[in-house]
Every structure is written in structure tokens, then in C-alpha cells.
Design a protein around this ligand. Structure first.
Ligand SMILES: C[S@@+](CC[C@H](N)C(=O)[O-])C[C@H]1O[C@@H](n2cnc3c(N)ncnc32)[C@H](O)[C@@H]1O
Length: 451
């Protein structure tokens, strides 16, 4: 990575860390606006009295403010766990990537990769201290620079939305609120992988599976408990900070019982009961370190006399930060090294989905499997700028194929489909108690790379 790219990258990380730390400020803007909207000046004295009195809107906003404060504490905690490389800093440098050793603790994992994305991570050589590839001093300096440019504690609307999105993802992946969503999408993929690699095979040698776009890494953690050596890949700094905290930091920082977050407090729409807006959920609902430890204990305690099949050893976990196509490029040495690739709500994040399919194919060993679950909500389709014909940016590239075309492209890449394509309903970061739920009809299929 060039020096210029490195500075750019560090700025993107600094912007994410700032947006976590300064959540309270952007939250304050929301509250001020909501309060202003129930003032005499805005709606007249009669309605303002109603909102403040009988209808309880002012009291509701007090509770929302308290919920924001709780979220701010949580996000500050996550940001303080930012896994930096060694170097002088006010930042915590104790973080690591998501690898698990047999005690359920983080372990070193090195990954090399190239460049690639805007708000996210272009990829770095990592040490055991820093999957994000920067020292604390570098980060501190990039944060100070942004403070100077934007004003201390000020974050842009896009950054503020990104943080809200992380809170909703925490609810989906790591809280009891997300149980149904996870059962709809992660469970079928894990079950399919377990069918493809039955327990005796997993006992002999843990199959190696990559999970590109792993978000906050819940499915990754579950795969480890099912005896897979699982590697997550993610390019969003916000997600990387979140998964780093949840996989390693949540226990080591003395929050073993988890923390409360209020994922739905930033929108006043679609709540049946006022209290649903500031409803809290605990995260994480599964402590992966302890679960790995318990799984190892079960393996050690098991004896022939116990009958049945011996328990499965948990696999190893690692995280590769950066753009999928860069991290697993031809030059990465990863081709043919993987038994499976599992994509959930991921393939539509491509500029050119065929590039993803061909890369997935290349990563698999002969006989390896790609299991996919998700819709085709092409992430870059909104970026196309019709007016700049002749000078389109890389970010405006978006080739939107139908499912039929994606399946054909997979065949052309060399895959052979195993079984039918199932179409399954699944929400994504939906509020289970909300009055609106967006339901995707997701394609669930398995492709095999011929042996
Ligand atoms: C829709 S989310 C799905 C997250 C997770 N798989 C789930 O189902 O909850 C897509 C994820 O892919 C990540 N992502 C998008 N493009 C990526 C890329 N090119 N390389 C790595 N990760 C990417 C995003 O940051 C985001 O976390």
C-alpha cells in the first residue's frame, strides 16, 4: 500500500472511531430536533401542551435520551477496544483479531492484502496486536486532524448512520432479538455445511471455511463451535471494531455479563408501544470464549464409556480485514486452499458479481462447496452517476444480474449446482416488535467445484 493510501486508510479508521466516540453528539442533534418539534413555537401552545402532558411525548423523549446515553457508553467501550499495533497512544493496544485458542482467547493471525474500499479497510499486514494495521499514535494523529477539520465531537450524517447500523447489526447477530433472523439465514447455511462435512469428517480434520462479508462474525463463531476452522473477511472498520470487541474484548474488559444497547431508539416510526422505541437488548447473548472453553472441556471429559459419538472439538477462528477480492486475490496464495465458502447477504455487495463468483471458485479446492443465502440488493446500484458519462468512478460500477443470470454465471465459472435453489423469506436487522418488517426472498443454494 502506498503512503498516500495508508494515510487515507488511517483517516477512514479514525472517522469510524470518532463516530463511535461521538455518538452522543449526533444523538443530541436528534433529541434537540424532536424536542423542538413539540415546542409552542413549532406546533402551537395547545398541541405542545398535549405532547408534553397527556400524550407523554416529552416523557418518552426523556427515556430515549437515557437510551442514547446507554448506547454511547457501549460504543465508547467498543471504540476503546480498537485493536491497534504497538505504539504510543491513549488507545487500548490490547486488542487482537478474532482467532480463538483452546481457552477461547484471541490469538494472532496474519493476513496480507491490497487496497479497495471507501469507508472500509483496504487490508493490512497485521500483527497479533493490530488487525487494523495502524499504531495507536497514527490513529490519534488522524483523529486530531479530523477534530480540527470537522470540529471536536462533530460527525457527519453518513458516519452517524453507520453507527446506528452497527447497533442494529449487534441486535441481529448477538442478541436474543436476532434469534429468528439468525434461524432464518445462518442456521440453514451451517446445517448445509454440516451435511456436506459430516461430524466424523470434521473430527478427523476441521474443514476450512471462509465467510466473506462476515459482519459482526456471529456465523463465524457458530461455525467454530461446529468444528470448522473458520475465517471471516470484512472490510468495514465499524464491523471490524464491533467483532473485535464481541469476540475478544467483551470478556477481557470485565463485561462478561454483556452490555445493554437500545438499537431502535433513533427512529420514532413504527412503534406500537412507546416503550418499544427505547427497548434494550443484551449483547452478546453468547459468550464465544466461554462456549469454546466449555466445548474443549466436554471433549476432554468424554470417555468411551459415555456412549454415543464423542463431542466435536471447536475449530479455530481468524479474521482477514480488507476487500474480499484483494484479500483473496490471485497473489494471496489462498487459491485452492479452502473446503468451503459461505456467503450470507453478501454477493450483492459486489460491483461485478461475476468477479466474486470466480474468486470463490478459485479459493475452493476441487470438491469444495460454496453455500449461499441472500437477496440481490446490489449495493452499488445507487452509486451510478448518469451525468458523468465518460468519467465514471470505480464506485459507480454496478452490474446488476438477476438470480437466473447469477446461477448461469456460476455454472460458467465452473460450478455444478447441488440440489434446488430454495427461495426463503428472511428479514435483515428488522425490529421484531416493530410495525414494519422488510422481508427479503432469499436464494439458498449450494454449488460444488468439481473434483
Ligand atoms: C449485508 S451485510 C451482511 C453481514 C452478515 N453476513 C450478515 O448476514 O449479517 C454485508 C457485509 O459485507 C461487508 N462487505 C461489503 N463488501 C465487502 C467486500 N468487498 N469485502 C469484504 N466485506 C465486504 C459489509 O461491510 C457488510 O458487513
Amino acid at each position: 500500500m502506498s503512503d498516500e493510501d495508508r494515510v487515507e486508510e488511517c483517516r477512514a479508521l479514525a472517522s469510524t472511531v470518532r463516530s463511535f466516540r461521538h455518538y452522543a453528539t449526533s444523538a443530541g442533534h436528534d433529541l434537540n430536533a424532536w424536542r423542538y418539534d413539540i415546542s409552542d413555537e413549532r406546533v402551537g401552545a395547545r398541541h405542545a401542551a398535549l405532547f408534553r402532558g397527556e400524550l407523554g411525548q416529552a416523557a418518552k423523549l426523556e427515556k430515549v435520551e437515557a437510551a442514547y446515553r446507554v448506547n454511547a457508553r457501549f460504543l465508547d467501550e467498543v471504540a476503546r477496544y480498537t485493536p491497534m499495533m504497538e505504539g504510543p497512544s491513549g488507545q487500548g493496544a490490547e486488542g487482537e483479531d478474532g482467532s480463538m485458542d483452546r481457552d477461547g482467547h484471541g490469538d494472532a493471525k496474519n493476513e496480507e492484502h491490497g487496497d479497495g474500499c471507501d469507508e472500509g479497510c483496504n487490508g493490512h499486514s497485521t500483527t497479533s496486536q493490530g488487525i487494523l494495521g495502524f499504531t495507536g499514535a497514527e490513529l490519534d494523529s488522524a483523529i486530531s486532524e479530523l477534530d480540527r477539520l470537522m470540529g471536536v465531537a462533530q460527525v457527519g450524517p453518513a458516519e452517524a448512520e453507520r453507527v446506528r447500523c452497527v447497533l442494529r447489526s449487534f441486535a441481529r447477530e448477538w442478541s436474543a432479538d436476532g434469534v429468528q433472523e439468525r434461524a432464518a439465514c445462518f442456521a440453514p447455511v451451517i446445517d448445509r455445511l454440516c451435511e456436506l462435512f459430516p461430524a466424523p469428517e470434521r473430527r478427523r480434520r476441521p474443514p476450512r471455511v471462509v465467510v466473506p462479508g462476515c459482519g459482526l462474525a456471529r456465523m463465524l463463531a457458530e461455525l467454530v463451535l461446529h468444528g470448522f476452522d473458520a475465517q471471516g473477511n470484512e472490510f468495514s472498520f465499524a464491523m471490524l471494531l464491533g467483532s473485535s470487541w464481541v469476540l475478544n474484548g467483551s470478556a477481557s474488559r470485565g463485561v462478561e455479563q454483556g452490555m445493554t444497547i437500545h438499537p431502535w431508539c433513533s427512529s420514532g416510526s413504527n412503534h406500537a408501544r412507546s416503550m418499544d422505541m427505547f427497548r434494550g437488548v443484551r449483547v452478546p447473548d453468547l459468550h464465544i470464549g466461554k462456549a469454546v472453553e466449555a466445548a474443549w472441556k466436554a471433549v476432554e471429559d468424554w470417555g468411551e464409556g459415555d456412549g454415543g459419538e464423542p463431542p466435536l472439538r471447536p475449530g479455530s477462528m481468524s479474521m482477514a480485514a480488507g476487500d474480499f477480492l484483494d484479500v483473496y486475490s490471485e497473489a494471496s496464495g489462498e487459491e485452492g486452499q479452502w473446503d468451503a465458502v459461505a456467503t450470507v447477504f453478501f454477493i450483492d455487495t459486489a460491483h461485478d458479481v461475476v468477479a466474486y463468483l470466480e474468486r470463490i471458485f478459485a479459493l475452493l479446492r476441487p470438491g469444495g462447496a460454496w453455500v449461499n443465502f441472500g437477496p440481490l440488493l446490489y449495493h452499488y446500484s445507487e452509486n451510478r452517476v448518469a451525468g458523468v458519462a465518460g468519467h465514471p468512478s470505480d464506485d459507480s460500477l454496478s452490474v446488476e444480474l438477476s438470480l437466473e443470470q447469477v446461477l448461469r454465471a456460476a455454472e460458467l465459472a465452473g460450478f455444478v449446482r447441488q440440489g434446488d435453489v430454495q427461495m426463503r423469506p428472511c428479514p435483515y436487522t428488522a425490529n421484531p416488535k416493530g410495525m414494519a418488517r422488510m422481508l427479503y426472498t432469499c436464494a439458498f443454494f449450494t454449488m460444488i467445484k468439481p473434483a
